[in-house]
Design a protein around this ligand. Structure first.
Ligand code: CTP
Length: 396
């Protein structure tokens, strides 16, 4: 039931707009409070009067009138969920590019509520690379999508483009509003920071990783409702609130802590794990003997935590995400690393610049479906994007 839940329904221009009336009827029957915005093109297919009668409240259709009476910002803040049904190619393009030239697009830009779109258009328009690129951008930002379906259209053409049925959209609304947070009930293990590999009781081998990226990912997954175990090497950062933190020093301790944290649905391995350790750690501080040569360190290979978790025989998390720190041929090396390590996704970053220890990151996400090029952004934003992509992957 949706008793008292606040839904803003945006109806854009499509011959399928009449189905929005049936959707409204279903949502109201479930107890939802539905406010409607009709775009100029939408008004060619359904009337304000019909919509007002079925929502039981006045329909908003004018940016400037709304400004005077209720304000587009208030309209954007009120709903718990914004549903765009039908969503035309035009409104999806506006959303993807952040245009705000009418009431609907302005509210869509101003709202912080989750957004569900139900695309409806001619199959050629749906399949056009421009629309598909817009859809990828919207999905990446966490916009949820229902349909379009295949089937007969108003035009003598068939293919994907038909608006999802009102009952399907209604079911998706129920699922989205039921989700307090999209990753609620999921457990994520995140590794972060460097490892320290001891030489003797006072000396160790380390690297420049600050842990900023891994810690931000742990916080972002927690913000979406996941239970998070952060396995962190030595860093100068505070523990993220609400996250269970296991502090470790060496790669072997990190692996043990990850294994102890299983089972998990998600593993994100952002730590810069030392590939090698000193084969025999001295139990006493190494001393300079007068005239003696400097000690030669013989190294041993550390376990690969990412590969071990990805190959876990019984408790492999459903989604294993690795990082690839590269200084050249970034995508090529990272693509090979994804396969070699058996992970599902890999976040590739070029660490030849100021990434290690810095605040910003420019990454490519390599998934089963190809390479996504993300713009340079603060590490917190990379974390939020990644968490949202993960939430989309676990979406019902
Ligand atoms: N990783 C790990 N355990 C290791 C080494 C790396 O879990 N012993 C993980 C990192 O956390 C990261 C991914 O593997 O998610 C790739 O790390 P990277 O340093 O880029 O790769 P390497 O395995 O060190 O490969 P190479 O040295 O060939 O670049």
């Amino acid at each position: 039931m949706l008793a008292g839940r606040r839904i803003l329904l945006i109806i854009s221009g499509s011959v399928a707009a009449f189905k929005a009336l049936e959707l409204t009827r279903l949502l109201r029957r479930d107890g939802a409070a539905v406010t409607a915005i009709l775009t100029a093109a939408g008004a060619r297919f359904v009337t304000r009067e019909a919509l007002a009668a079925i929502t039981g409240s006045r329909v908003h259709d004018d940016l400037w009138a709304a400004e005077a009476e209720i304000g587009h910002i208030r309209l954007a803040r009120l709903p718990e969920l914004v549903v765009v049904a039908p969503a035309s190619a035009d409104i999806l393009a506006k959303m993807a590019h952040g245009l705000a030239d009418d009431l609907a697009s302005t509210v869509l830009l101003a709202t912080r509520a989750p957004i569900l779109v139900a695309p409806a258009m001619n199959p050629a328009m749906w399949e056009h690379p421009a629309t598909q690129a817009n859809m990828s951008a919207l999905r990446m930002r966490g916009v949820r999508v229902v349909g379009p379906n295949e089937g007969a259209m108003a035009e003598p053409e068939s293919g994907p483009g038909r608006l999802a049925e009102p009952a399907e959209i209604q079911a998706m609304v129920h699922a989205l509003l039921a989700e307090e947070a999209p990753l609620a009930g999921r457990h994520a293990i995140v590794t972060s920071g460097p490892t320290h590999e001891p030489i003797d009781p006072v000396r160790y081998i380390a690297n420049r990783s600050s842990g900023k990226q891994g810690h931000a990912i742990a916080a972002a997954l927690h913000a979406l409702g996941a239970r998070v175990t952060l396995v962190s090497g030595p860093v100068a950062l505070p523990d993220p609130p609400g996250v269970t933190v296991r502090h470790v020093e060496t790669a072997r301790e990190m692996l043990a802590a990850c294994e102890a944290a299983l089972p998990a649905d998600i593993a994100v391995m952002a730590a810069a794990v030392a590939d090698w350790r000193v084969a025999r750690e001295a139990t006493q501080k190494l001393k300079k003997e007068a005239g003696a040569a400097p000690p030669a360190l013989s190294m041993a290979l550390n376990p690969d935590i990412l590969a071990s978790i990805a190959a876990h025989p019984v408790q492999r998390p459903a989604l294993v995400v690795g990082f690839a720190a590269e200084t050249e041929k970034v995508v090529e090396h990272a693509t090979a690393k994804r396969i070699r390590k058996g992970c599902d996704w890999i976040v590739a970053n070029d660490v030849s610049g100021d990434v290690m220890g810095g605040d910003a990151n420019r990454v490519q996400l390599i998934t089963e479906d190809g390479v996504e090029d993300w713009p340079r952004m603060p590490k917190e934003e990379v974390a939020r994007h990644l968490a949202l992509r993960i939430a989309t992957r676990f979406a019902p």
